[in-house]
Design a protein around this ligand. Sequence first.
Ligand SMILES: [Zn+2]
Length: 243
Amino acid sequence: MSKYCGIMIPIDDDVPRRVLAIYAHPDDCEVACGGTIASWKRQGAHVEVAVLTSGDKGTSDDQLDSRSLVQHRKAEMERSSEILCINYRHFFDLPDGSLSAGDVELETLVVSLLRRVRPDTVVCPDPSALFFGQRYINHRDHRVVGELVVDACSFGACLPKYFPELGVAHQVDTLFLSASLDPDTGIDISDTLDQKIEALKAHKSQLGNSFEWVQESVEARARHAGTQVGVKYAELFRKFYFG
Ligand SMILES: [Zn+2]
């Protein structure tokens, strides 16, 4: 329930047919929407996930070799994909921190992906989210991916005069923006929270020995989101319809 006016955020129980989730780093999708895509999969959706970077800088250990870190992270993604029953995961292996807005190669990559996969529903980070309270500043890679995907869904991929060399234009129906400061839609993940936590635990390189902390913090966040939509556990999004 909203802390301001008592209005519940509505729950969305529509099941998409074909989903593409596009994120920057190897574990971003699991953190942002792991319960949602597991739930959609259980209800018959086809789900593909694209990860733009290799995760080569995702460590605080300066002695750790980047190449072996990347290998570990790829194996972790494969294990996590099995847990979430993801149909296909696209890897692009760009360096962490290298994503920037207005990069034509990146625009090309995202438009090409959308026109090949042809999803009805896309999930990505909310590009407008920068500060989360006083403790977390949203990584630039997340914001850039969100902006690239929003632009591609609103004109780059759906209008044929943009990138005519990249195949037949494709109109996405619905966009779900995760980690939004202004969520307006909830997805019930009460049946898939355990699957989300197990998938996150597959990303061992990011956890160290903090397995219990992951369990507790992910559950607490999902429970708090659940109170805003009236279910036990939820993930929240800002939703946008095209057409
Ligand atoms: Zn990330």
